[in-house]
Design a binder for this molecule. Structure first.
Ligand SMILES: Cc1cc2nc3c(=O)[nH]c(=O)nc-3n(C[C@H](O)[C@H](O)[C@H](O)COP(=O)(O)OP(=O)(O)OC[C@H]3O[C@@H](n4cnc5c(N)ncnc54)[C@H](O)[C@@H]3O)c2cc1C
Ligand SMILES: NC(=O)c1ccc[n+]([C@@H]2O[C@H](COP(=O)([O-])OP(=O)(O)OC[C@H]3O[C@@H](n4cnc5c(N)ncnc54)[C@H](O)[C@@H]3O)[C@@H](O)[C@H]2O)c1
Length: 456
């Protein structure tokens, strides 16, 4: 068969862009890529990047309060959302252009339109053009999902909409207790929006270490964020000042906006997967093997659309491993073990490895026993300002192996700290390796190498 492309990538997000660039520039393949919205995908346009810039913006009121305690005569004044949004989008445009230019420089042919599969070797663009492709990589990511509640999509907004708001509401109700719910709650609260969270479960951030979740929830509440656990929304009605909401617990209230942060669905609708014979899992994710290959040998999938670990660095690594496997003849399975991550709340939660609960379950199932080292303290910077802010550092250590199997940090800049702890833990460091590492003083992170006795 004659092919138009050695590789065609559908989706110009974190995973797709990296795979396309490497396959073209390093492996010398003829590569095409289709992006239906904006180059850079979720992370650059409506995820990590604009979110982190909003995190920075939201920190200033607390910093200014601290500055006052340190002797500065400063006042927060007011926040100009429109000015910030203008600057934010100028920055996103700049990044989008860089992504496009880098792909072009690498020799990738970009098609700025939607693409779908026709068969195992054919893609079709929106304008009807078809291409024969030796390999096809699906990197279409995911999109916010709304619960099946009447009015949710019409009256509610998703994280996509936050970055485009004309003005910040006076109040917001956030539904959900995951990454996006907690980050957006801290951001919007920091920017002066009265913020309430409703979540179904008993605590925010299911799946994270229980002690870390409790510590963070307390801190978020102390900042003025109202968190209602065990609460589901059952009715939404549009009113002049926003949306009136009724809950399963009998609560009724009106909020300027209602943000659904209730998870994301893999973007597979109308992609032609059935026609091509690609199989989906229970949550609509594309099923792949350890090399990101689907059941159809010429079709691979990476990133959020595969529902494995939904993080940008993971999508990128899956893209790199795909190119190694398919174009360099070096079969490279993707390593999803011990992926560090951070939730950019106030303060941040950094985590790598197992939680105390997981360690308990593993032990009860006949696995290794474990020790918990933990400390909670008032950090020097904010203690000076007489705030009650506390930091939590926690290590889960294998009792026999002595390996540090989990690390959980709730602290300002925990994302930066967990990146470095993650290296040691990925290398298999033991508690004694941590102990013989000299502290850097005075820092918060020094507690990671000075915890002497297990607390449990
Ligand atoms: C609010 C938010 C904050 C986040 N913060 C972080 C963070 O701090 N750190 C982190 O690691 N991760 C974060 N994430 C997750 C991260 O953004 C994703 O894991 C990552 O973007 C996944 O990359 P991807 O390549 O799989 O897909 P995406 O980046 O979603 O890219 C998929 C692309 O495919 C395009 N597309 C879809 N279908 C088609 C089609 N048929 N034809 C053509 N184009 C198509 C889409 O328009 C999109 O541009 C965040 C996500 C959100 C929503
Ligand atoms: N800092 C980061 O790295 C970062 C930030 C944002 C997002 N992400 C990635 O994006 C993914 C998606 O984030 P997310 O916050 O949308 O998902 P999530 O899975 O973290 O949270 C979804 C929340 O919605 C709740 N929920 C689901 N259905 C519901 C319903 N019908 N009614 C009420 N509540 C419901 C869940 O219980 C959960 O609390 C994350 O898993 C993460 O991998 C990462």
């Amino acid at each position: 068969m004659e092919f138009d492309y050695d590789l065609f990538v559908i989706g110009g997000g974190s995973g797709g862009v990296r795979a396309a660039r490497l396959a073209s520039a390093e492996a010398g393949q003829k590569v095409g890529l289709a992006e239906e919205y904006r180059m850079g995908g979720t992370c650059v346009i409506r995820g990590c990047v604009p979110k982190k810039l909003m995190v920075y913006a939201s920190h200033f009121p607390e910093e200014i309060k601290l500055a006052q305690a340190y002797g500065w005569t400063v006042h927060a004044g007011s926040f100009d959302w429109k000015q910030f949004r203008h600057h934010l989008h100028a920055e996103l445009n700049r990044l989008e252009q860089i992504y496009t230019t880098n792909l072009e420089k690498a020799g990738v042919e970009i098609h700025h339109q939607r693409a779908v599969l026709k068969d195992p070797h054919t893609v079709e663009l929106d304008d009807g053009t078809t291409f024969k492709c030796r390999h096809i990589l699906l990197a279409t990511g995911g999109a916010p999902s709304f619960p099946p509640l009447e009015g949710a999509e019409e009256l509610g907004i998703s994280s996509n909409d936050i970055f485009l708001l004309d003005e910040l509401p006076e109040s917001i109700l956030i539904i959900g207790g995951g990454f996006i719910a907690c980050e957006m709650a801290c951001i919007l609260n920091g920017l002066g929006v009265k913020t309430t969270i409703f979540l179904r479960g008993a605590q925010i951030l299911r799946g994270f270490d229980d002690e870390a979740r409790g510590h963070l929830a307390d801190h978020m509440a102390s900042l003025g964020i109202e968190i209602h656990c065990g609460t589901s929304i059952i009715e939404m009605v549009k009113v002049d000042s926003g949306v009136n909401v009724r809950t399963s617990t009998g609560h009724q209230g009106t909020y300027g906006k209602v943000l659904f942060a209730t998870g994301r669905d893999p973007s597979t609708k109308g992609l032609g997967l059935e026609e091509a014979g690609v199989k989906l899992g229970r949550n609509g994710e594309i099923l792949v093997n350890e090399y990101s290959q689907t059941d159809v040998p010429s079709i691979y999938a990476i990133g959020d659309v595969t529902g494995r670990v939904e993080l940008t660095p993971v999508a990128i690594r899956e893209g790199v491993a795909f190119v190694e496997t398919v174009f360099h003849g070096r079969p490279t399975p993707v390593d999803h073990e011990l992926v560090p991550s951070a939730v950019y709340t106030q303060p941040e939660l950094g985590t790598v490895g197992i939680t105390e609960n997981e360690a308990e379950r593993a032990r009860d199932a006949g696995g290794e026993d474990f020790e918990v080292y933990a400390t909670s303290f008032r950090p020097m910077k904010t203690a000076f300002a007489h705030t009650d802010d506390r930091v939590l550092m926690k290590l889960i250590v294998g009792k026999e192996s002595r390996k540090v199997r989990g690390c959980h940090i709730v602290a300002p800049e925990a994302g930066e700290m967990i990146q470095l702890a993650g290296i040691a833990i990925k290398m298999g460091a033991t508690k004694e390796d941590f102990d013989r590492t000299c502290a850097v003083h005075p820092t918060m992170a020094e507690e990671l190498v000075t915890m002497k006795s297990p607390v449990r």
